[in-house]
Structures are given as structure tokens and as C-alpha cells.
Design a protein around this ligand. Structure first.
Ligand code: ATP
Ligand code: FE2
Length: 347
């Protein structure tokens, strides 16, 4: 009960200062493999630190990733706080990735956020990780009302804003594109995550091998393609399989994007999420945008993967619209969908 009162007072205090256009926000990212800690002021990144977990073998084990985050967060936070050009009590809000993501990782991150919030009397802001990727793109590129192709290890979605929410126009029906690349990479004994290594291998491939092409409307599926690509490895070279896998999967993403663009007539396409770092995918989606007479932007490579900056940018919007979270309501949401969030910061 007393916690609720403390929060009511905190919320009241911060409603008064909410008129400030450029709040200072601490962003904590920790949905899976990356512990990200950043402080921003408006659009300015003041400090940005991160540490990424690489499993010794196989994919990411949620509990091991959570242990990694628990070790790294105190180190990163200490580093960030020491580098701040002002006192930590100037921070207006603590934004954290509340979901979606791996349960143990989300719980670790939420615990860190709650602890800082209570210790420093700074309100909490619960950020949807997928929307944070989108808001990062809207902040660091010139796009305003884009069709978003969000491609990462855990998600692949075509998103656009309509009537108070980000709507999912199409998405993967099974695994995400990044997960597909990483799974195939493991089969080839490439280091984790496989995505960037497959991109490199594909550059020396030139034989287009046949794979299934699975798209239905604006949604698609990749797991059957991974199984088929694994079989090709018996008779074909790694570069040719990588090249073919990229050509097929990226063509599917291009087709879905083209369909969504011709339906929505959005003025721009934004490519975001970890796989947005792929130069070949960028070229393909840029071509689609050009043919539809729309502009194209990809998030810069250094901000394409998970980071604290994106959580802080999205947290700024929550702060400016008064969406402060009490500790009681700060439970994590491992399956929180993009289209479940009320977006009060876009007209
Ligand atoms: P989300 O919760 O948004 O799904 P995530 O945990 O997948 O996030 P991100 O950092 O957004 O994390 O994306 C990581 C993915 O990006 C991995 O699957 C990785 O292989 C992929 N990736 C990174 N660089 C490249 C690249 N150059 N080409 C293809 N894939 C890449
Ligand atoms: Fe991500």
C-alpha cells in the first residue's frame, strides 16, 4: 500500500515537470542477449554502453543469458553514471524493456530498473521492445510515418501506424528471419549469431539453388526453408547455400513489403532490427521502395541491434504522454505484441 502512495506522489511530481520537452531518460535493454544502458536527452545520446552474450555453443539459453545480464548491468550502469556530465538525480525517467522477450532476461532487467527507480525516486517507464526498434528509426532517420520492416532474431513484422496503434500488416508465421539465419549458421558451424557470417559467406556464392518460397498475403514462414537449406549442405558449398538462402528469404520480405506499400501508400519504408544491418537486404528493400516511389531509410548499423538508446527514445514518448508505470504494474510481458500498445504520442 505504502509503495502505491510513494508512486502517486512521484507521478504527481513528475507530471509537473512533464512540460519539459527534452526529458533525460535512462534506457535499459535486456530482452535476450544484450545488456544495454544508455542515457539520452531528447534526441541527443549522452552515454551508450552495452555488452552482448555469446553462447559458447548452440543457441541462447534463457537462464544463462539472464545470468550474463545480471553480471553486466551493475558494471555498465556504474560506467554510464560515472560518465554523465550531470548528477544522476537529473534523470527524469527509467525506461526498461518490459517485453516481449525471454522471461528470465526480462525479469532480470525489470529488477534492475525497479531497484534504480526506488533507490533514486525516479519513475519507471515500461517499453515494448519492438516499438523501441521502430521509434529508434523514427528518431535517428528523417522518416515520420513509415511502413516499417522490422527484422530481428525474435521478430519479423511489417508494421505501420494507424488509429492510435502500430498495426502488424504481415509477419512470420513461425520463426523470425534472424533466428532462421542463426539456425542455419549453427548447422554450418559458423559462430553465433550466424546472420553477419552468412552475409559474408553469401558474397562468394553465385549458384542459385532451389528452396521453397513461402509467402501468404503479407505473412511468410521460414522454418521449412531452413530445413531445405540444411539438406542442400550435403551436396553444395556453404557460400552457395548462404547466397541462395539470402536471395530466397529476402525476396519474400521484398514481396511482402511491396504488397504492404501498394496497400498503404506510405511515404517511406524504414528497415529496422538486428537484420537491418545486412547490406544486401538494404539494397533489395531500397529497390522496392524506389519502384513504389517512396523514400527508404535503414537504421544505422551500430544501432540496428538491441541497445539502451532505443529503449530510452521510446521511454521519452511514454514520459511525455504521462505513461508512468508503478512498481506494482511493472511485471514483465514475454509475449507483448506490437499491436497491443496504445500509442499516445503520434497524432
Ligand atoms: P528482437 O527481440 O527484436 O527480436 P533480437 O534479440 O533478435 O531482438 P537484435 O539485436 O535486434 O536482437 O537482432 C539480432 C539478430 O540480427 C540476430 O539474429 C543476428 O544474426 C542478426 N544480424 C545481425 N547482423 C546481421 C547481418 N549483417 N545480416 C543478417 N543478420 C544479422
Ligand atoms: Fe531487438
Amino acid at each position: 500500500m505504502w509503495l502505491m502512495w510513494i508512486y502517486r506522489i512521484l507521478i504527481l511530481n513528475h507530471e509537473i515537470s512533464m512540460a519539459s520537452i527534452e526529458p533525460i531518460i535512462l534506457g535499459l535493454e535486456g530482452t535476450a542477449h544484450t545488456a544495454g544502458v544508455a542515457v539520452i536527452k531528447g534526441r541527443e545520446v549522452i552515454v551508450n554502453e552495452s555488452a552482448t552474450y555469446f553462447p559458447p555453443q548452440g543457441g541462447i539459453h534463457p537462464r544463462e543469458a539472464a545470468i550474463f545480464l545480471a553480471k553486466e548491468f551493475p558494471i555498465l550502469i556504474d560506467k554510464v553514471f560515472k560518465r554523465l556530465p550531470f548528477k544522476i538525480d537529473k534523470i527524469d525517467g527509467i525506461a526498461f524493456s518490459q517485453g516481449p522477450g525471454l522471461g528470465p532476461c526480462l525479469r532480470t532487467t525489470a529488477t534492475v530498473a525497479r531497484a534504480i527507480s526506488l533507490r533514486l525516486n525516479i519513475p519507471l517507464l515500461g517499453v515494448n521492445h519492438c516499438i523501441a526498434h521502430v521509434e529508434l528509426g523514427r528518431t535517428v532517420t528523417p522518416v515520420d510515418d513509415p511502413l516499417v520492416l522490422y527484422v530481428s532474431g525474435g521478430n519479423t513484422q511489417l508494421i505501420t501506424f494507424l488509429n492510435g496503434r502500430y498495426r502488424v500488416l504481415g509477419e512470420t508465421l513461425d520463426i523470425a528471419i534472424g533466428n532462421a539465419l542463426d539456425t542455419l549458421g549453427r548447422e554450418m558451424n559458423l559462430p553465433h549469431p550466424g546472420g553477419p557470417h552468412i552475409e559474408k559467406q553469401a558474397q562468394s556464392g553465385n549458384k542459385l539453388l532451389t528452396l521453397p518460397y513461402t509467402i501468404k498475403g503479407m505473412s511468410f514462414s521460414f522454418s521449412g526453408m531452413v530445413t531445405a537449406a540444411k539438406k542442400l549442405l550435403h551436396d553444395h558449398s556453404i557460400p552457395d547455400v548462404c547466397y541462395s538462402f539470402q536471395e530466397y528469404t529476402f525476396a519474400i520480405l521484398a514481396e511482402a513489403t511491396e504488397r504492404a506499400l501498394s496497400c498503404t501508400k506510405k511515404p517511406s519504408v524504414l528497415l529496422t532490427g538486428g537484420v537491418a544491418a545486412n547490406a544486401h537486404l538494404q539494397t533489395i528493400i531500397q529497390k522496392v521502395a524506389q519502384e513504389q516511389d517512396t523514400s527508404f531509410q535503414a537504421v544505422p548499423r551500430n544501432l540496428a541491434g538491441d541497445n539502451g538508446v532505443m529503449i530510452a527514445f521510446a521511454g521519452t514518448h511514454l514520459f511525455n504522454t504521462g505513461k508512468i508505470l508503478s512498481v506494482e504494474d511493472s511485471q514483465v510481458k514475454p509475449r507483448w505484441r506490437t499491436d497491443q500498445v496504445q500509442v499516445g504520442w503520434i497524432e
